[in-house]
Every structure is written in C-alpha cells, then in structure tokens.
Design a protein around this ligand. Structure first.
Ligand code: UDP
Ligand code: MN
Length: 569
C-alpha cells in the first residue's frame, strides 16, 4: 500500500513537473475520498456489456472461421476482400463484432493480479488511426475496447481517419458511432500517414494515458489494467501489450498460453528493420513472476500506452515522417536514450491481424520509408548511421543529397532532454546486439583483378551465395562488402552474413556470421587475411579466395594468380 502510494505521489509530482506549475494534477489527491482496498469487479465494469453470444456462430470464442465451400458469388467477394485488405474480409464480415474470445488463458499470476482502488489507475483515451479499414475489423476493434476496458478508466475512443477514400468510413461511420457516446471520429484532411494521424489523436485526447491500437485488433480480457498500473508505477514507462496473432485467413485469435515463459521482445537490424526475438536468459531471470514487465530494446509501435504528459515531454513523434514505417524505431531509441523505459506487459494481451504486405498505396512507398529511416538515423544514431548508409544505397543517396528534410528541431529535442548517445543504448539496452565497425578497415565493391568483375551475391534455393558474374554496378546492394576489424568479409546490406569457407569444400558460401553479440572473435572459416599481395587468405583452409568462372572458391594461394587478386573499389 505504502509502495503504491509512493508510486502515486511519484506519478502526480512527475506529471506536475512535466506540465509546469500552471497545470493541475489530473485526479483527486491521495487523501481525498477514495476507499482503501482493491477494485471490485463491479467497479471495473465496461462501458457496454457484451450482448449474449451464440457459441456456434462463425468465429465464436476466437475460433477460426473456415467455410467448407463458397458459391461463385461468395468466392468473388472473398477474393475482392482479400486483395483490398490483405486479410480475409469475407470471414471478418461474418464474425460477430462482439465476439467473446473464450476462456481467459493467461498465466495464473495475471489472473490473481489486483489493482488498488486508491490512488486508482489513471484514465486513458484509446486512439485508433485508420486508412481505408474494413468496417467489420474497425468496429470489432472499437467494440472489443468498449466490452473490455473498465468504463471508469476509459475517457474516450478516438478514431482518426487518415483521409480514407472508402465511403463506409464517412458519414455512415459518424452516425454509427454517435450512438456509442464515448467514440469520436477525427479526420486528417490530407493523407499524411499514421504518424501525424496519431499526433492528431494525441492532441485531442483528454485521458491521462494515451493508448494506441491498430484498426484491426481485439482485446483480451483484462488487457488494459496492467498497462495503466505499470504507468502509474513508473510514469516514464512506454508499455506494449503482448501482441498475439489474429490469423489473417481464418480470424482465429491465438490465445496466450498459461505456460509460456518464453517471450518475444523487439529487436532491430542494421538496415533499420524491426523484428522479434526470444528474450535473453538474464531478462528471464530478472522477472520474478509473470506480472513483471519485459524490457524490450525496440517495439512494434502500433499498440502501446504512454502517459500523455510523458508522450509530450519525450517528443511525441517526428511529424515530418511520412505515411508508415520507422517511427517505431525512432520512438524506441528516443525513449531509451532520453531516460524512459520500453516494456512489454505480458499480462496485457491484444490480438492484431498481421498481414504479409501492406494493402495501402503510398506515393513512393519505399523511398518514404527510407527517408523516415534516414531522419531517425540522423537524429539518434550518431556515427552508427554510416553502418546503415553503407548497406542501403538509397539511404546513402538521401543523406548525400540532404533530401531528408530538416531535423534541427529533433536534434534540439535530443539536446534539451540531455539524451544519451547511441553507443550507450547499444551497450546498456541491447548488449546482445552485434555492433558493427563504425568505420570498417575497408569497404565497397570487391573487384577481382583477373576477371574484372565484382563479387556479387545471389539467392539460390533460399540461400545466399557469392557469385562472380556481373560487372561492377554501383546501384546494387548485393555488391557491397566490408572488411571488418575482425577480418571478416560481411555483406553491407545484410551485415549478419559473412563469406564462409567450409572445411573440405571448394565453393565459398555466405553464412550467418558467427561473431555476433557478445562474442569477440570470428570463426576461422570466416576469417580472411588481406595479404601484401592483395590476396584474401582463409587461415582455416590455408587457401585463398579465388574466382573460377562464375563461381567463387578457395584454392591454393599463388601470388601470381590474377583471379586471386582483390581490391575494394
Ligand atoms: N494507417 C494509416 N495511414 C497509413 C497507413 C496505415 O492510418 O498511411 C493505419 C492503419 O489503418 C493501421 C495502422 O495505421 O491502423 C498501422 O498500419 P498497418 O496495420 O497497415 O501496419 P502493420 O500493422 O501491418 O505494420
Ligand atoms: Mn496493423
């Protein structure tokens, strides 16, 4: 109780400090009329009770919906829905907007977790941005919030339209949500992407905490309270639920397993792509029970809660990023570097329809994402940005042409908040990451003197292979390598891939580099000594990197052999 009270005082003083002396704290002070004890079930009742559900209806209890056969007309509807959304809209349209998700399968520690009524959890605005979302997925997201979030904690649901063109999302939506009272639609006039759409929602929000969701989610029972409780406990925590999959073909909601001690967290690669990985052992050990947050180096960025004042304090978003992409890594680096924490709260479970590609059209999609990445690298990554530029020709061009827009304000934010540098982040927040040379010993295209060709890589049977077929082309990421301080030859655009000489085999392959994370020496199969005679000798085979026709092999070293002479150009 004392601990919680202290948290409460921390949170309120923190909020006061952030907002300056003119601002009032959000909720009554702790000594005001708030009865002790835990919230009773009654007090956490949702805004709208779920209507009675038919357990045999399509997708009931989170089950898959898989009709045996479709008429020609249905087939057409199915196909069109899939193309438009990249998920099975046909199924979604037939699953109840109010469906239950079946038994609460979370870990028992989660089920036992209780929340003190005093000082009380902060209130939240749920912000859902959308662009041309299907009606059924959007409304199922809304209802799933209204059926699960305690009414006392839910200030509002804000739907932010990123200039959709679908008619069902216009007046029909406005009229429909009016009857739900607590739901409002905001509109971004111009299509600018999810970043500015979320900012629009954040500015309008009246809750103490902002909770962002994608427009095709379903919330598992009890998802909101653990997020809010963590923010109450630590106002600088930016918290994500455990995101589970709603199958895009069948709408099956993959339920959490009570036995899953094996968690995923967010990672990134040096091309600035987000990904998932299993949490390391020491993070598993640090967590005393399942209610503990999982610290995560990066987050997926679509589903999370953050104190509204902290969101503003920490620089919300870079509003000059366009459309979609990289804003999650930007926020991840920023939160950690500027003193916040990024966490996944396993007791909070929300389902999301993951798709294999985006159904949305953007003008110059890939260059917009690359530009976003350059902006983030320029502000947060210090000289590590060069690692990214070396592997991404387009990013390097944007950097060189200075066409990533003005980042002065973001750099000033970094200074104002006295944020730490990127090497601190790598060392302290992501010590498992492989840290490439900021400036490798040599890098560029690897030109073979004998064949006047550049070493290239090609994907064959799902595996990358070094080849020697092409003239040097400076637009191809597949021809750029770096010679590292550990004497490896890494592909710059996939810095985790190394030239590898397998024992007893002439053909050289491209394998995952064995030097990664905390290890300090490279595997002998992946070491290449650059000799005085410009040969690349692999000590494990004692042989030299050689071009033989279209292939790249190791062969006995002969200092006169031109097909063994290499230069980085
Ligand atoms: N979105 C948006 N404008 C865009 C692209 C996406 O408002 O230009 C919305 C989209 O409707 C969704 C969220 O932003 O609610 C995240 O996009 P999406 O689901 O396509 O990304 P994913 O989850 O597949 O990474
Ligand atoms: Mn999504």
């Amino acid at each position: 109780m004392v601990k919680v009270l202290l948290h409460y005082i921390n949170y309120r003083t923190f909020v006061m400090r952030l907002r300056g002396s003119t601002l009032q704290p959000f909720v009554p002070s702790p000594n005001s009329n708030c009865p002790p004890g835990f919230y009773a079930e009654e007090e956490l009742k949702p805004h709208i009770q779920r209507p009675l559900q038919d357990p045999t209806a399509p997708g009931a209890d989170g089950k898959a919906f898989e009709p045996r056969w479709l008429t020609a007309k249905e087939r057409k509807e199915f196909d069109q829905g899939f193309i438009k959304n990249q998920f099975n809209q046909f199924a979604s349209d037939r699953v109840s907007l109010h469906r239950l998700l079946g038994k609460d399968t979370r870990h028992p520690d989660c089920l036992e977790q209780k929340f003190l009524r005093c000082p009380g959890l902060p209130t939240t605005s749920v912000i859902i941005v959308f662009h041309n979302e299907a009606w059924s997925t959007l409304l199922r997201t809304v209802y799933s919030v209204l059926h699960t979030a305690p009414a006392a904690l839910l200030t509002e649901v804000l739907l932010v339209d990123d200039a959709s063109t679908d008619v069902h999302l216009k007046t029909h939506l406005d009229n429909y949500v009016q009857q739900l009272n607590i739901v409002r639609v905001l509109r971004q006039r111009e299509r600018k992407g999810l970043i500015t759409a979320r900012l629009l929602g954040a500015q309008a929000a009246r809750g103490e905490v902002l909770t962002f969701l994608d427009s095709h989610c379903e919330c598992f029972p009890g998802w909101l309270e653990p997020l809010l409780a963590r923010i109450l406990e630590n106002p600088t925590a930016v918290v994500s639920p455990k995101i589970t999959t709603i199958n895009r073909n069948t709408l099956k909601f993959i339920k959490p397993l009570p036995t899953a001690y094996y968690y995923q967290r967010g990672k990134f690669d040096w091309m600035l792509n987000f990904g998932w990985e299993v949490i390391p052992e020491d993070e598993k050990m640090r967590r005393k029970n399942e209610t503990y947050p999982v610290r995560t180096p990066t987050f997926a960025g679509g589903l999370f809660s953050v104190s509204k004042s902290y969101f503003e304090h920490i620089g919300s978003y870079d509003d000059q990023m366009r459309f979609w992409g990289a804003e999650n890594l930007e926020m991840s680096f920023r939160v950690w570097q500027c003193g916040g924490q990024l966490e996944i709260i396993p007791c909070s479970v929300v389902g999301h329809i993951f798709r294999s590609k985006s159904p949305h059209t953007f003008t110059n999609a890939s260059s917009a994402i690359t530009r976003n990445k350059v902006r983030l690298a320029e502000v947060w990554m210090d000289d590590y940005k060069f690692v990214f530029y070396r592997g991404n020709r387009n990013a390097a061009a944007i950097f060189k042409e200075n066409s990533f827009g003005d980042v002065t304000e973001r750099r000033e934010l970094r200074k104002r908040l006295k944020c730490r540098d990127f090497s601190w982040y790598l060392k302290n927040i992501y010590p498992e990451a492989y840290v490439p040379d900021i400036r490798p010993v040599k890098h560029g295209q690897l030109n073979n003197n004998g064949w006047k060709c550049c070493l290239d890589v090609e994907k064959k049977n799902k595996k990358w292979e070094p080849i020697n077929k092409f003239k040097c082309r400076n637009n191809s990421g597949a021809q750029y390598f770096q010679y590292t301080s550990q004497q490896e030859i890494r592909l710059s655009s996939r810095i985790d891939l190394c030239l590898h000489a397998t024992a007893g085999r002439a053909l050289v392959s491209l394998e995952l580099c064995q030097l990664k994370g905390k290890s300090t020496t490279a595997a002998p199969e992946q070491v290449w000594i650059f000799t005085q005679t410009n040969q690349l000798r692999n000590p494990s085979s004692g042989k030299c990197l050689t071009v033989s026709g279209g292939s790249v092999i190791v062969a006995p070293c002969k200092s006169t052999r031109l097909s063994q002479k290499w230069a980085f150009i």
